[in-house]
Write a protein that binds this ligand. Structure first.
Ligand code: FRU
Length: 463
């Protein structure tokens, strides 16, 4: 099927329905659709947005360019679920159809107040002199209807000393006030988190930038996310321009997780731990939120930057979100595991060293326990075309290696990812495979790797 020949910043209108319906039908036949990962019906998906549990249902929005599997005019697509497993499409989405958001509805989160869900987003607004940062609001009513606030944008322009690259509002409540974090870059080209405060979610005062106690995190920050979990303050940040460091920060862009203590009066974050949140190849822009009963959950974008994945032209869709992940603090660090509801959906495989199995279903999970003294390898695919997973207790390394796959993916960012392990200790590893999407949970979710793979066959071998 052909790409629609449209101007990049075209928003979805009634006149596009016919093309879009055809495109959606075409995409349904793609052999690479995941079963449990939220993916676009066509076009390109990136960041999760506005995540919430509202009126008894989970709402997930995501960055969506409907017309082709590449970056373009971003809408907020919307899917709804009662159980985190089955998702239904909603036509109540954010379409960038106003002048103030003429280049897209960019990322943001949401917060409940007075029985309504307030959706904050960046109204992308480009001029010849650069971007003018604008933050905007839409409100979801109890019946699910969404309307944009008539006083938009709620924040217009950049504070002194900051560049026009400011975006991705993350709004939260603390000590009876509302705060908004924004990611951005200052005029010296250093990444910054801007802090705004509000009493009513409508008028916002700039308080300054959050001091993270370090300057080496990159040139631009995107998608800040904050939550207090098990008594610790947790801050997620997506980094542009963070230099690679040995085996770390290898991707085009990286996401880090800080734990520690935030002080919103002094504007400081005292860091206790800082880790790459997902050590795989294909992950970015995660967001945390409270699920049913206040349980902390997270989704990330199962993709990164401007990747062109194998088959994207044939498929006419690209990327997905990660599985919903349950998050908690253990030994001062963030741990992640797939939400309970989703785990039971995957059929469990059983494999022993020296065995080869051919999974009957294309969504499976595999629980592994490594040896304490000898290497274990898992190969997914054929000998001439496979992903290699290595658990090495001697060197103390877990490795995911894509170098033996025929379909190359963003090789300029390297073909292997490494996670340090304790030496001479056995480690438990859980693989969740969902038709080209693989999530690997190491040591009970202490570390995670998300990655795509496109081998010809999905034979699993343990060596
Ligand atoms: C991160 C990001 C955000 C922005 C959005 C646009 O992937 O660049 O900073 O709001 O994507 O789609």
């Amino acid at each position: 099927m052909e790409f629609l020949n449209i101007e990049k910043y075209t928003y979805l209108e009634e006149k596009h329905r016919g093309y879009l319906d055809q495109l959606k039908d075409f995409c349904k036949k793609s052999p690479r659709l995941p079963r449990y990962h939220i993916h676009p019906p066509c076009g390109l998906l990136n960041d999760p947005n506005g995540l919430c549990y509202f009126e008894g249902k989970y709402h997930v929005f995501y960055q969506w360019f409907p017309f082709a599997p590449k970056h373009g005019m971003k809408h907020w697509a919307h899917v709804i679920s009662e159980d985190l497993v089955h998702w239904e499409w909603s036509e109540e989405m954010l379409v960038p159809d106003h002048e103030f958001e003429k280049n897209g509805c960019y990322s943001g989160n949401s917060i409940e107040a007075g029985g309504k869900q307030y959706l904050f987003y960046t109204a992308n607004y480009k001029t010849k002199q650069g971007k003018v940062p604008k933050q905007a609001l839409a409100v979801m009513e109890k019946d699910g209807k969404i309307h944009k606030y008539s006083g938009n944008p709620v924040i217009d322009g950049a504070p002194e000393g900051m560049s026009g690259e400011i975006r991705d509002p993350f709004v939260f409540e603390k000590d009876d006030s509302y705060y908004m974090m924004l990611g951005g870059s200052d005029l010296d080209g250093t990444g910054q988190i801007l802090i705004y405060k509000s009493a009513d979610l409508l008028s916002w005062d700039y308080r300054g930038n959050l001091d993270l106690g370090r300057q080496d995190l990159g040139t631009m920050f995107e998608c800040p996310a904050y939550m207090e979990i098990d008594g610790k303050d947790v801050l997620l940040l997506s980094l542009i321009g963070r230099a690679a460091q040995e085996e770390r920060f290898q991707n085009e862009f990286s996401t880090v997780c800080f734990t520690g203590r935030i002080d919103l009066e002094k504007l400081t974050f005292e860091t206790e731990t800082m880790e790459e949140l997902d050590k795989g190849f294909d992950f970015y822009a995660p967001q945390m939120f409270c699920g049913k009963g206040g349980r902390p959950l997270m989704f990330g974008w199962f993709g990164c930057g401007v990747q062109e994945l194998p088959y994207f032209r044939e498929d006419m869709w690209q990327h997905a979100l990660t599985l919903p992940r349950e998050i908690c603090i253990k030994d001062g660090r963030l741990y992640q595991m797939p939400a309970q509801e989703i785990i039971s959906q995957f059929s469990a495989l059983d494999i022993k060293r020296g065995q080869i199995i051919i999974p009957e279903e294309n969504a499976w999970r595999l629980h592994l326990i490594s040896d304490t003294e000898c290497k274990t390898e898992i190969h997914i695919g054929e000998s001439y075309d496979h992903l290699k997973i290595v658990m090495d207790p001697i060197k103390g390394q877990f490795i995911a290696d894509r170098s033996c796959l025929k379909q190359k993916i963003s090789e300029e960012y390297g073909t292997r990812r490494v996670c340090p392990l304790d030496t001479h200790k056995s480690v438990e590893v859980d693989l969740y495979y969902d038709n080209t999407f693989l999530e690997i949970y190491i040591d009970g979710g202490k570390d995670v790797m998300s990655l795509r793979l496109f081998p010809e066959s999905y034979k699993v071998e343990m060596i």
